[in-house]
Design a protein around this ligand. Structure first.
Ligand code: 7TS
Length: 402
């Protein structure tokens, strides 16, 4: 992976007088030159609105926008390109499903099953939906290692369960959830499944058809692509039956003051001018990931996580939060006597960027009785020297507070 590090211009700088060590990849990844170029090329040569102009630039913009949909469909092995809906990101994708599918499918007493390690974006939209429909939220708990308590599943997943919402890779713990078996068990009781792939998509190969998942969301910015763009995948049969989420241009066939008729998939769910440059940059990021190969990326990041975990285990006073057997790319921890926010600030002074806080997963913090953790998260461009720099900075922090 060493060669690819050179393709990320932002990594080659000093911060606070030290070489930048970027370990906040779960929040957002840095962008390779090819993504920066794709966005900039689009604005320099092709900028126009999509799906409406008859002029050359609009045709070019539309062709690139729609080619991006095919690139992303193939990357995730979706059956149809119209199953890929461009949205602002994972958050908007979940809100779309909760509002559109949820409002038309849930009745009082129906249940939505989530896990104890969901990001707020996969909790709050369902709570809002429950308030409006009378549906009930259930939670699959997590154990002391930060793995799902699969033993509790049979009591929680019943004919009342209409949807299971589950994060593929936890941003707060690094746990990889057994989504294939969860999807099978949910389908056995007739429930639909939404997988939150915000963290997983840049770290492991995902085959939507093999998983047989009903809905899947992810964000481009965590996959080396631009911010403000992501996808909702839904099975065509489900998306077809769902009412539009937002009204506006592009999502209609005809409009009169008496009534409007809606466009077909995917346009029914893409009201208004989309993030065209973002979508084009997203496709460039996906091509970049494909060129390197997710198998190699996953192996490299597993090596990094192993290297970091071994150092953490040797570090007196450091406690790992999230020690599940199946983990990837995230090291969450607390240090005795030092608040995570102080840790974040002190390591930043050494040029090391990590995140400190609740990671928008407050229920995880409550489960472990903590206000916050410090979190280092890895990407394909990180190396063992980055991790050594982190532990060197952590050592400084500990000595400062001793
Ligand atoms: N789901 C998970 C598992 C996430 O980690 C995040 C963002 C989201 C959903 C929301 O993604 P968005 O692109 O729509 O905002 N997680 C983080 C994080 O861990 N630090 O900053 C953002």
């Amino acid at each position: 992976m060493r060669a690819y590090r050179d393709e990320f211009p932002v990594l080659h700088q000093q911060v606070r007088g030290k070489p930048l060590v970027y370990l906040d990849n779960a929040a957002t990844t840095q962008k390779p030159q090819c993504v920066i170029d794709a966005v900039s090329r689009y604005y320099r040569h092709d900028n126009a609105n999509v799906h409406r102009g008859v002029h050359a630039l609009s045709e070019r913009a539309t062709a690139q926008y729609e080619a991006a949909r095919t690139t992303i469909q193939q990357f995730f092995n979706a059956a149809h390109r119209h199953e890929i809906i461009f949205v602002r990101g994972a958050t908007e994708g979940i809100n779309l499903v909760a509002n559109s599918w949820g409002m038309s499918n849930l009745r009082p007493g129906d249940e939505i099953l989530l896990t104890g390690m969901e990001h707020h974006s996969n909790i709050v939209p369902w709570q809002m939906l429950c308030e409006r429909t009378g549906a009930v939220l259930k939670v699959l708990p997590i154990d002391d290692d930060g793995a799902l308590c699969m033993d509790a599943l049979p009591q929680l997943i019943t004919e009342r369960t209409k949807l299971l919402g589950v994060v593929h890779l936890s941003n707060a713990l690094g746990t990889i959830n057994p989504i294939a078996s969860l999807i099978e068990k949910a389908h056995a009781v007739g429930a639909k499944v939404l997988v939150d792939g915000a963290q997983s998509a840049a770290h492991m190969a995902i085959d939507l058809q093999a998983l047989d998942v009903d809905f899947f969301v992810t964000s481009a910015h965590k996959m080396y692509g631009p911010t403000g763009v992501g996808i909702l995948y839904g099975k065509a049969s489900l998306l077809d039956a769902m009412p539009p989420y937002q009204g506006g241009g592009d999502m209609i066939l005809t409009v009169s003051f008496e009534a409007s008729t809606y466009n077909s998939l995917p346009y029914k769910f893409e009201a208004g001018t989309p993030n065209i440059a973002g979508v084009i940059g997203f496709a460039a990021a996906v091509n970049f990931l494909q060129k390197i190969g997710l198998v190699g990326i996953a192996a490299h990041e597993a090596m990094l996580l192993d290297h970091a975990t071994k150092q953490a285990e040797r570090f007196e006073g450091l406690r790992l939060i999230g020690t599940a057997a199946e983990k990837a790319s995230v090291l969450s921890f607390v240090m005795k006597g030092v608040h995570p926010h102080d840790l974040g600030t002190i390591v930043d002074a050494q040029g090391v960027a990590i995140r400190a806080g609740h990671h928008c997963a407050m229920p995880v913090m409550q489960r472990f009785g903590l206000p916050a953790t410090a979190r280092a998260s890895f990407a394909l461009y990180n190396n063992e020297a980055d991790i050594d720099a982190l532990f060197c900075a952590l050592d400084k922090a500990q000595r400062m507070f001793a």
